[in-house]
Write a protein of this length. Structure first.
Length: 446
């Protein structure tokens, strides 16, 4: 999908504007782009929860925040993710510059995933000189122009963590444990890690050839996509959801083709997962969708939903990605957790969310708006969630609006404010008393 980049007017240097012609007809309503959605206020508490858990765990696991651009050169993703990956071949949002400078003519793409951009930043800013390994995290939107379906949007949010500079198996197990902890903390049950090792540059060529030999005998049973993948990246044939079960079960397993170093690394990862009592399944079909992965790969699914394109997160090791992007050889591993799919899974499991802080409405009589705002400010300083009514309507109408807005309490500003006191009304029971402003927090939380 292509769009021209926004450019200032060459004549004036100001932004060009399209003229709008008004007619007597009712204007056509504009809807959100297909494959996207609006998050309305009543839907955001679950999002607040998963983002808060992600940020808290990032802090406790000593990950530092990083932010990268929403768009990068197409070349970054083509080189890093692989020309044969779906993300590059048919799922990228491409943005083409208009005629002009070399930069304006360059091809850009909205980021389909963050790892390539993070490694680009790691190389560009010489972050290899920092004490390692580098541990970074981010939460933000990603973009893939894919066919919209349940839990799969063209703009989606992801929590990403990356450890750059540690080649050992312990960090592989640590990240799988971190993802397990995230799902447990947000309240999901039955999250299972599917893990595999797909070898490295030393042993993968033999496995690649074994797949070519095997699937080449059954080419007529492969989808068109898999026939193409067999030529450019035969591991991706295993990722085809339409692959016949008997073909998948009979395919060569990567574990049987690992070199001694990769076999020892994978064995160590599994031993650590066992020592941590983590739930996992060795999945010989798991290859992940991006070409930069080597050795350990993993995905999280809800038990019983395997094979339904319902992975709720995943990641793996990418020790050769820095080399591909022009940097020095640096090991790395990371994961991305889809927040959209996590929230959807929470809804399916009817996960209870923590109760929201009580909402207080500040109301009053007459035109005492300044006093209401002052009281609201004092209550907010005390950490309370406050909504002042700025109208001059009758008190009863203000209380009615406060109740409809979800307020549990009304703070009524009146003459007694001169003595530092306000009315406090329980909107559920109707009970009312007069209290000191500084006592409101204790009363509503008690």
């Amino acid at each position: 999908m292509r769009a021209s980049m926004f450019r200032p007017s060459a004549a004036s240097g100001s932004a060009t504007r399209a003229s709008t012609v008004h007619s007597g007809a009712m204007p056509t309503k504009i809807s959100a782009p297909r494959g996207t959605r609006d998050l309305l206020p009543e839907q955001t508490p679950a999002w607040d929860r998963v983002e808060a858990v992600a940020r808290d765990l990032s802090r406790r696991y000593a990950f530092d925040r990083i932010e990268i651009p929403l768009f990068e050169r197409v070349e970054l993703f083509a080189r890093g993710l692989g020309e044969s990956s779906d993300a590059v071949e048919k799922e990228m949002f491409r943005v083409s510059g208009a005629a002009g400078s070399e930069e304006e003519r360059a091809e850009w793409a909205l980021r389909p995933e963050p790892t390539a951009g993070i490694i680009r930043a790691f190389i560009e800013h010489g972050m290899h000189v920092r004490p390692g390994p580098l541990r970074v995290t981010m939460i933000g939107p990603m973009f893939r122009y894919d066919r919209p379906q349940a839990g799969r949007y063209r703009q989606f949010s992801q929590w990403d963590v990356e450890v750059i500079g540690d080649p050992g198996p312990a960090v592989d197990a640590e990240l799988i444990e971190l993802a397990h902890r995230f799902y447990a903390t947000v309240g999901l049950t039955d999250a299972v890690a599917h893990v595999n090792s797909i070898g490295d540059a030393k042993c993968r060529p033999g496995y690649r050839q074994a797949l070519i030999d095997y699937f080449g005998q059954h080419r007529d049973r492969l989808t068109q996509d898999s026939q193409r993948r067999l030529e450019v990246n035969p591991l991706r044939v295993l990722d085809d959801k339409e692959l016949a079960p008997d073909l998948a079960d009979g395919a060569p397993k990567s574990a049987d083709h690992l070199c001694e170093e990769c076999r020892a690394h994978f064995r160590a990862v599994l031993d650590l997962l066992d020592a941590l009592n983590l739930r996992y399944v060795v999945d010989h079909r798991l290859v992940r969708g991006l070409d930069y992965y080597i050795r350990t790969t993993f995905e999280f699914v809800i038990a019983g939903r395997e094979g339904q394109q319902q992975a709720i997160g995943g990641g793996g090791r990418y020790d050769g990605l820095a080399d591909l992007l022009g940097g020095r050889s640096t090991p790395g591993i990371g994961f991305g957790i889809g927040l959209d799919r996590t929230v959807l899974a929470m809804e399916e499991q009817t996960v209870a969310l923590p109760a929201a802080a009580p909402l207080l409405a500040v109301v009053g009589t007459g035109d005492d708006h300044a006093e209401r705002l002052k009281v609201a400010g004092r209550l907010r300083e005390a950490g309370l969630r406050v909504r002042p009514d700025g109208s001059s309507r009758k008190l009863g109408k203000q209380l009615e609006t406060a109740s409809k807005a979800g307020a549990g309490w009304a703070v009524i500003v009146g003459d007694e404010l001169s003595d530092g006191r306000v009315g406090l009304k329980d909107l559920a029971s109707g009970e009312q008393e007069t209290v000191d402003v500084d006592e409101v927090g204790r009363r509503v939380s008690g």
